[in-house]
Design a protein around this ligand. Structure first.
Ligand code: COA
Length: 180
């Protein structure tokens, strides 16, 4: 099962006129992907991979799943599904967003996360990726999707709340989930 079979690449014009391409990750994207993750600020990394001690178990799990190394993220295509947002042309492109989910085939629940390049935020990239991911999850007949969001992550909280997720308070983070 590969995300490529469930999502045809598509061009989207954002509200500021910027044209982006949304397409599944390819093996050949590795160099650009590492560049994208290495350019993220510490704040974005913390928000993505949490560094709260009490969340160690969750963090370890996520890191293991995503096979994260210090400056980048190597993809395991069997476990994770990634949709990229890109600018530029085929030969000279730049990754500006990564929407990813990890599917547990035992219970058909998927955990998702989203990250957008700091220079391209608040123009609709995150929302576009989230909607595209929900579309794929539906095709895959996933039953439930969820994500953990820290309570100070204003942007992601606003974004997820717009998409009909239920919220559960886990003290240090919120768990957001919805049926597909
Ligand atoms: C969360 C994140 C993915 C949002 O990406 P984005 O491309 O900026 O999101 P969008 O432009 O689609 O914004 C969607 C909505 O989120 C809200 N939003 C986005 N940026 C915001 C900000 N800086 N402050 C407050 N609200 C914000 C707005 O409500 C916006 O809708 P609107 O433009 O219609 O008002 C991005 O901020 C990010 O990569 N953060 C770091 C990583 C992270 O925290 N990931 C979440 C882990 S699950």
């Amino acid at each position: 099962m590969n995300v490529v079979d469930y999502f045809k690449p598509r061009k989207i014009v954002l509200k500021n006129g910027l044209e982006i391409l949304i397409r599944p990750l390819k093996y050949t994207d590795k160099k650009e992907l590492l560049k994208f993750y290495s350019e993220l600020s510490d704040d974005s990394r913390v928000k993505l991979f949490q560094n709260y001690r009490s969340l160690e178990a969750w963090r370890t799990m996520r890191i293991k799943k995503a096979e994260v190394y210090t400056d980048g993220l190597i993809v395991d295509f069997k476990k994770s599904y990634s949709l990229l947002a890109l600018v530029g042309d085929k030969k000279n492109f730049k990754i500006i967003g990564d929407g990813r989910f990890f599917l547990d085939k035992n219970n058909m629940k998927a955990e998702l996360y989203l990250v957008v390049h700091e220079n391209y935020r608040h123009i609709g990239v995150g929302g576009t990726l989230l909607e595209a991911m929900l579309e794929i999850l539906k095709k895959l007949k996933v039953e439930e999707v969820y994500c953990y969001i820290s309570k100070d992550n204003e942007a992601m909280l606003k974004l997820i709340e717009k998409h009909g997720f239920n919220r559960e308070d886990l003290e240090e983070v919120y768990l957001f989930w919805r049926r597909i």
